[in-house]
Design a protein around this ligand. Structure first.
Ligand SMILES: Nc1ncnc2c1ncn2[C@@H]1O[C@H](COP(=O)(O)OP(=O)(O)OP(=O)(O)O)[C@@H](O)[C@H]1O
Length: 294
């Protein structure tokens, strides 16, 4: 991966009157990567993004985007696309008119009809925004962000309100933009999307990063699990386990493959049945839950 820094945030603070929403946040996003800014409700993700996108002044700290101050809109705006949670389009403009208007404001060259086609809204080109479904409005939001294929794209909860097929379509478009070198900053509460796609993740809680790194760096902080049931007369297990109230045996492990191998070999040799056997690596959901417990 090209390690050129596209977003550089150093000791960013955002306060609302005496409420300190973002506290000394430091991170960078490199060219071509998909960086997921995740966190609990009220963690400060939107406040952080608003500063990076140039919509809000920070209380203190240094932020640079594409080598510029984010408030230098003339320099930065043509190079980035933003999909907000709610763009607030004019209700009586059609999808085509909306995209033509907003696309024109980006200063990037593109064909509105091409972009409507990419997001699957060609059949709705003449439909007024007020008559679009929730999912169709999301796709129009997405269309405004990718208009002119900008080098940096912010996707704020992009798949909220989209059905499974529409989500897949959106990610296919994002994948193609990434193949062409685009850098993506994503916020989402669908953790499996971040787990599948993010190169790196910043996990926020109460204004600070609780963890930062690749998916595997984050998930390695917690053990994987093996669960099963045993008959009462089963021989002693070869591994340390704990017993839950409903009789499920749980093995927590940082060496999932090795321990699973040990357990299956033992079951084979002793003729023991491991009923309801389930094994899985740590998921991002588990890491997410763990940060709220500290
Ligand atoms: N304009 C504002 N005035 C006062 N407090 C605000 C303002 N905007 C945000 N906050 C507070 O700052 C904190 C961070 O809010 P922010 O919207 O950045 O969080 P978030 O991580 O995006 O949350 P969510 O996942 O719920 O959208 C919250 O406690 C919120 O109530």
């Amino acid at each position: 991966m090209n390690s050129e820094t596209v977003i550089d945030v150093e000791r960013l603070n955002v306060s609302y009157d005496d409420f300190h929403a973002v506290k000394d946040l430091t991170f960078d996003v490199r060219r071509g990567e998909l960086y997921a800014l995740l966190g609990t409700n009220g963690a400060g993700k939107t406040s952080t993004l608003e500063v990076i996108e140039g919509h809000r002044a920070s209380s203190s700290g240094k932020v640079s985007i594409l080598g510029e101050d984010p408030r230098n809109r003339k320099a930065v705006r043509p190079r980035m696309g933003i999909m907000l949670q709610d763009s607030g389009f004019a209700a009586d403009l059609s999808a085509m008119e909306t995209l033509t208007l907003i696309g024109g404001l980006t200063g990037r060259e593109d064909q509105p009809s091409r972009v409507l086609d990419v997001v699957g809204l060609t059949a709705k080109a003449e439909t007024r925004v007020s008559a679009l479904s929730g999912g169709e409005k999301r796709r129009l939001d997405f269309a405004t962000a990718i208009y002119g294929s900008p080098e940096l794209i912010f996707l704020d909860e992009p798949t909220t309100g989209l059905d499974v097929a529409s989500r897949d379509d959106l990610w296919d478009v994002v994948d193609r933009l990434r193949e062409d070198g685009a850098t993506i900053v994503l916020t989402t509460h669908y953790l499996e999307e971040a787990q599948q796609r993010a190169d790196r993740i910043g996990l926020m809680h109460e204004g600070t990063f609780r963890m930062q790194g690749t998916v595997s760096e984050l998930t390695q902080t917690l053990p994987g699990t093996i669960t099963f049931h045993l008959a009462e007369n089963a021989p002693p297990l070869p591994l340390e386990s704990s017993l839950s109230g409903n009789g499920t045996l749980l093995i927590e492990t940082h060496g999932l493959q090795q321990d699973l191998h040990t357990l299956l070999s033992w079951a084979q040799e002793t003729g023991t049945e491991l009923r309801d056997l389930d094994a899985g690596p740590t998921r991002l959901d588990d890491v997410f839950r763990s940060i709220t417990r500290h």
